[in-house]
Design a protein around this ligand. Structure first.
Ligand SMILES: Nc1ncnc2c1ncn2[C@@H]1O[C@H](COP(=O)(O)OP(=O)(O)OP(=O)(O)O)[C@@H](O)[C@H]1O
Ligand SMILES: [Mg+2]
Length: 112
């Protein structure tokens, strides 16, 4: 199992969610985060001088999937989160050791 952590633009949540749903990925956790990539935020020009907004608001979508589903899920996110402009986001894939469904005690493959 792997956890996909996708940092995306806030306005892309609905289309990404829909695309994942179409591929039958339903469970997810979404959090508001702030972050920066390699441009270190964005510079703003004010009358008083230059000011840098360092950490920009983004959404972090976390979903745990079977190893064989990683590339399908990642592709769906990439296709639907992309604008082509800088700041489109980033996806991390991490190993997951175990999953337990609290209600039933189901584990791993049966619990995702
Ligand atoms: N190396 C990193 N480690 C952790 N989080 C990151 C990393 N790079 C980017 N992020 C997160 O992803 C968000 C979006 O990053 P962003 O899309 O700007 O990446 P980038 O590498 O600068 O690519 P681009 O050149 O397209 O902007 C950041 O706001 C931050 O939350
Ligand atoms: Mg960037």
């Amino acid at each position: 199992m792997k956890k996909i952590e996708a940092i995306i633009r806030e306005e892309k949540l609905e289309t990404v969610k829909k695309a994942l749903e179409e591929k039958s990925y339903f469970g997810m956790t979404v959090s508001q985060v702030s972050g920066r990539g390699r441009q270190k935020g964005i510079p703003l020009q004010w009358e008083v001088g230059e000011y840098r907004v360092d950490l920009l608001p983004k959404l972090n979508i976390e979903l745990v999937v079977l190893n064989e589903d990683v590339s399908t899920a990642v592709d769906a996110i990439v296709r639907n989160a992309r604008t082509g402009e800088i700041g489109d986001g980033k996806i991390f894939v991490l190993p997951v050791e175990s999953v337990v469904r609290v209600r039933t005690g189901d584990r791993d493959k049966n619990a995702i």
